[in-house]
Design a protein. Structure first.
Length: 316
C-alpha cells in the first residue's frame, strides 16, 4: 500500500525564498515589533503559522489548493527577483504576476485578518447602537411568534443597544482566505499602474519585516482621513535584499530628474543610488509597519531602530 503524503501544515506568512535573501547560511535575525526580543533562527522557522492557508471543505476534509497556488506564484516571483539582481524589471504577464505576488504579501498578513474582523465588529456595534426597527421587530417576532407593539419594540431596540459594546465578529478561516484573495486582486491594478525602479543602497543596509510592502508619502502629503495606502502613496517600496529595493512611484508624483519619459525610454530599468539617511528612514518605516517581527541579516545590526512608536490602530 502506497503511503499517502502528508498535507503541508507549516505555512509561511512571508515566503522562505524571500527571507533567504536576508539570511546567512539560512539563518536570520528576528526582532519583535516591540524590540524586546532578538534572536537568530532558521528561515524554516521564521514567520510560520500552522494551516494558515488551509481551506475547510463542506465534507469535513481540508484543501491545500491556496497554499499550492501561493507556492506556484512564489516560484514565479523568485524568478522575477533573480531578474532584478541583473538590473531587469519584468514586463507583460510577468509584471502582472509579480504585482499579484506583492498584493498578496500585503493581504496575507495576520494584521489584515485582524482588520477584517475589527471592521466587521465596528460596523456591527454601530448598527446595534442604532438598533434598526426592522431588526428588532424581526428578532421579537422570531422569538414570540407575533409582531411587537410599540412598547415591546422599544424594549427590543434597547436590548440591541445594550449588546453593542460587547458584540464581536470573528470570521471563519475560509472567509479570511477569500478576503485575502479578493482584496489582493483589487490592489494589482494600483501596483501595475506605477513606475517601477530598482534602488541601490550602495552597501547592505536594509532590513525587512513580516509586512514588507510599504506605502509611503511625506507627512505633508498625507491625508488625515484616508491615511496612506497602495492607491494614494507617493511611493510603494519593497526591500529585495539588504542592499536593493523595488520602488513603485505614483505616476503624477515622479520628481525630476526621474521623469516618466526617462523611465519609459530606459524600459523601466533605471537604477538609482540612495543615501544612508534615506536608508535609515526607510528602515524605520519598514520596522514601524511590521506586524510582529522584523527580519535582518545576522551580520547587520541597525542601531537606528532603537525605538519605535506603537503601531497605529487599524479601525478605531
Amino acid at each position: 500500500m502506497t503511503k499517502q503524503a502528508k498535507e503541508p501544515r507549516r505555512h509561511h506568512a512571508v515566503p522562505k525564498f524571500y527571507l533567504r535573501r536576508f539570511a546567512k547560511n539560512d539563518q536570520i535575525r528576528v526582532r519583535s515589533r516591540d524590540l524586546k526580543r532578538s534572536f537568530i533562527t532558521s528561515i524554516d522557522n521564521a514567520s510560520v503559522r500552522s494551516h494558515y492557508y488551509t481551506l475547510d471543505l463542506s465534507n469535513g476534509a481540508r484543501s491545500t489548493a491556496v497554499e499550492k497556488m501561493l507556492s506556484d506564484l512564489e516560484s514565479t516571483a523568485a524568478s522575477v527577483i533573480r531578474g532584478f539582481d541583473n538590473g531587469q524589471l519584468p514586463v507583460g504577464a510577468e509584471r502582472d504576476n509579480f504585482a499579484l505576488f506583492l498584493a498578496l504579501q500585503i493581504t496575507r498578513t495576520q494584521s489584515q485578518r485582524n482588520a477584517m474582523d475589527e471592521l466587521a465588529t465596528a460596523v456591527t456595534q454601530r448598527l446595534l447602537e442604532i438598533a434598526p426597527s426592522d431588526w428588532a421587530r424581526e428578532a421579537f417576532t422570531k422569538e414570540h411568534g407575533r409582531a411587537p407593539d410599540a412598547q415591546e419594540l422599544a424594549i427590543e431596540r434597547e436590548r440591541f443597544r445594550s449588546a453593542a459594546a460587547t458584540a464581536s465578529v470573528e470570521h471563519a478561516q475560509n472567509t479570511h482566505i477569500e478576503g485575502m484573495l479578493r482584496v489582493a486582486e483589487g490592489l494589482v491594478e494600483h501596483l501595475t499602474a506605477r513606475f517601477w525602479t530598482l534602488m541601490d543602497f550602495g552597501e547592505p543596509r536594509l532590513l525587512t519585516s513580516d509586512s514588507p510592502v510599504v506605502p509611503y508619502s511625506p507627512p505633508s502629503e498625507m491625508d488625515a482621513f484616508w491615511g496612506v495606502g497602495v492607491g494614494n502613496a507617493k511611493i510603494v517600496y519593497y526591500p529585495l535584499d539588504p542592499q536593493h529595493a523595488l520602488f513603485m512611484w505614483r505616476a503624477d508624483q515622479i520628481d525630476a530628474p526621474l521623469t516618466a519619459q526617462q523611465l519609459v525610454a530606459d524600459a523601466l530599468r533605471a537604477q538609482m543610488r540612495v543615501t544612508r539617511s534615506e536608508a535609515i528612514e526607510m528602515n524605520r518605516d519598514i520596522a514601524f509597519q511590521a506586524e510582529e517581527w522584523i527580519f535582518e541579516h545576522p551580520d547587520l545590526r541597525h542601531g537606528e531602530i532603537s525605538d519605535l512608536p506603537l503601531a497605529p490602530p487599524r479601525v478605531r
